[in-house]
Design a protein around this ligand. Structure first.
Ligand SMILES: Cc1ncc(COP(=O)(O)O)c(C=O)c1O
Length: 670
């Protein structure tokens, strides 16, 4: 069974765009009002332009939560507080419960009298008086709120601009693709990519498209909508990925230096920011799962201890969820940090979808994080590199933030990427719940089918939580499915190749005994069918494993001898990592690494700049380089194929080797 299967006739199934339906529920226990209003609103809807397909229905207070969960097409609620004194408080409580289920629904309050508190008012988009009889106006208001949520101010302007077909006498040099279109040499690239890749690629000189670096119009509007959609005070778009987002936030809090508490297994952009900003890191140690070789979260007690011991720390950075979908119970950790005056950045690169389904909440913003960085492109429908920073820091300095962001951002942003952020935002705002519902159903089907093979096993939350994390209330993002393949007799790497070469399936990642797939908004029933089929087939060809490797534990952290920046920018020399005897090891032991050395997988640094090199570290790297599967190791230098480590020069005449910094610290280090 390979890729040479005869493809079935797809007919015209490929382009199916459904018409819109927006259900609006009027929640009222007053039968008469409900029937009158719903009847009148549906009549109005039928008589007026209704592009979103609004239709109104009644629902009672005791069934509305079920409706919110069951009806994907529900887009708005009109809550009748009745005329009793307790009605407003009940409406307030109800809308909180409904928002916990579906944060994106528009909600309107029907009340009588003027005694509506600010706290009640701010929960509702708009108010209607119970004696209202202008149903046209009411219909238009509901429609206008839905229309605003469904709007894409930047993407629309970009489209309009392209269709207005202005002459380009500006960058980029391909000038809307004109430089390529008729070329006998490169015209094929134009045709392959499609015209809109080129004609949406415009210069910052096009003023109607606003400025990403100083937004005032359509980009600002799109960002405001994103803030509302994701539940932030402010949202900023980035076209350089969460790698840049992390650097911007760290510079915001620690520009010029200061103490930062970070998981050592955090993304390398955080380590880079530590060097760039001359920060003093306190490293936390994430917990390795002994059976599957997966690095998970840090123990909560370790985070709290670091916060207690480093009262001068200014920022805590944690990754939630991890690449494998493990999520912290964030609220108590963020509260603990805030009580000690420490700001919190949560790297949600892998969790941009979290706010749009109750099973995935609460998000970092809901738990009180000051800054949240998200790769919108990883789990949602934005183009690669399109990311967002969400802010709810009560001490937010917007001028400084703008400067920090501009220091890292390109002055020539890709407009298609910005438009894709706008559209990805609209998608989750309008159909995030429905699409994630489908994803979660697919996850269930996939997990069951995998388990039914009797060979492969979809790992549960309990399987993935290593013992030291047992009491930390760690959760699992179900959309990341990790499959134990040990019983198949193949390694993760071998299974990855089989899936790709025999079934045309590219998985997200592997460890020596697991394969992980991501179920995203773009996963389809057909892809699921093929994946399940592949696992069923592969289960039949399971073999006895000759050699069962144990998970590779990263070497213990040694110690940080100086600020990472001091080592990185010091006078250095390059020392060989490999030789036939032990000379390389002897020469390297005790020396200070100037670079960050990161083997992939698992993508966690075994050395950071400023860290002392141990025999264990040298041997680990040597084993990786000698291993059968060539591991990618970032940070090594190769000269004539010889791997070298850059270390801080010792005692040389021009040495500016860093002095031991008493401040540089390491928690949990050996
Ligand atoms: C935890 C984490 N943070 C940040 C990033 C960087 O994200 P981006 O690819 O959007 O730059 C990644 C990338 O894989 C990541 O895994």
């Amino acid at each position: 069974m390979g890729l040479d299967l005869k493809m079935p006739d797809l007919g015209n199934l490929s382009e199916r765009v459904q018409s819109l339906t927006c259900r609006v529920a009027l929640i009222s226990d007053d039968r008469e009002l409900a029937d009158n209003w719903v009847g009148a609103l549906n009549t109005t809807a039928a008589q007026h332009e209704n592009p979103f397909g609004l239709s109104f229905e009644t629902v009672t207070t005791d069934t509305v939560e079920r409706l919110a969960l069951d009806e994907d097409e529900l887009q708005a609620l009109i809550v009748d507080a009745g005329s009793d004194a307790g009605g407003l408080a009940a409406a307030e409580a109800l809308v909180d419960r409904l928002h916990a289920l579906r944060g994106q629904l528009n909600v309107f309050l029907v009340a009588q009298g003027c005694d509506i508190s600010v706290s009640v008012r701010q929960r509702f988009d708009e108010l209607f008086d119970r004696r209202e009889c202008n149903f046209n106006q009411m219909f238009r208001l509901v429609q206008a709120f839905i229309a605003r949520r469904a709007s894409t101010p930047f993407a629309d302007t970009l489209k309009e601009y392209v269709f207005s077909a202005r002459d380009a006498w500006h960058t980029p040099g391909h000038s809307g693709g004109d430089s390529l279109r008729n070329s006998p040499w490169v015209g094929d690239f134009y045709r392959f990519m499609g015209e809109h890749v080129f004609n949406t690629d415009l210069s910052v000189s096009v003023q109607v498209l606003d400025s990403l670096l100083e937004p005032h119009s359509v980009i600002q509007e799109a960002q405001d909508l994103a803030a509302q959609t994701f539940g932030a005070e402010h949202t900023f778009f980035l076209t350089n990925g969460t790698s840049t987002a992390n650097k911007v936030v760290i510079q915001q809090i620690l520009g010029g230096g200061g103490k930062i508490i970070v998981d050592q297994a955090c993304h390398k952009s955080v380590h880079h920011a530590i060097v760039l900003n001359r920060c003093e890191p306190v490293y936390l140690k994430s917990v390795l799962h002994p059976e599957f070789g997966i690095y998970g979260p840090v123990k909560r007690a370790d985070i709290e201890q670091a916060l207690d011991e480093h009262g001068d720390a200014r920022l805590l950075v944690i990754t939630s969820c991890t690449y494998d979908g493990l999520r912290y119970d964030l609220k108590p950790i963020i509260d603990y940090a805030h009580e000690r005056g420490v700001k919190v950045l949560v790297d949600e690169a892998w969790y941009a979808h979290g706010y749009f389904h109750p099973q995935l909440r609460p998000t970092a913003l809901e738990c009180g994080a000051d800054y949240v960085t998200q790769s919108t492109h990883k789990m949602l429908s934005a183009f690669s590199q399109a990311s967002m920073i969400h802010v709810q820091d009560p001490d937010f300095d917007d001028h400084r933030f703008r400067e920090n962001l501009n220091m890292h951002a390109s002055t020539s942003p890709q407009y298609a990427m910005i438009a894709s952020l706008d559209v990805a935002r609209k998608q989750v705002a309008m159909e995030g719940y429905a699409r994630l519902n489908q994803c979660l159903k697919m996850v269930e089907t996939l997990r069951k089918a995998v388990d039914d093979t009797g060979v492969f096993r979809a790992l549960t939350r309990d399987d993935l939580i290593a013992e030291p994390l047992a009491d930390d209330n760690i959760r699992l993002d179900p959309t990341k499915v990790t499959i134990d393949i040990s019983a198949s007799g193949y390694s993760g790497g071998e299974m990855q190749i089989k899936l790709f070469e025999q079934y045309g399936i590219q998985v997200e990642k592997t460890t020596y005994n697991t394969v992980s797939v991501l179920v995203t908004l773009g996963s389809t029933e057909s892809k699921l069918l093929r994946l399940i089929h592949a696992f069923k087939q592969l289960a039949r060809s399971a073999r006895k494993r000759l050699h069962v490797p144990s998970p590779r534990r990263l070497p213990e952290f040694t110690r940080l001898t100086c600020l990472p920046a001091d080592a990185y920018f010091a006078e250095t020399e390059e020392l060989p990592l490999m030789d036939n005897g032990t000379l390389a090891e002897k020469n390297l032991i005790g020396r200070i690494s100037a670079d960050e050395i990161v083997p992939y997988p698992p993508g966690i640094p075994v050395l950071v700049p400023g860290q002392e090199i141990s025999a264990q570290i040298v041997q680990y790297l040597q084993q990786l380089l000698q291993g059968q599967n060539a591991t990618e190791i970032h940070g090594l230098i190769f000269r004539s194929d010889e791997p070298l480590l850059r270390v801080v020069r010792e005692n040389g005449p021009s040495s500016s080797a860093p002095k031991k910094s008493p401040k540089a610290s390491r928690k949990n280090g050996s």
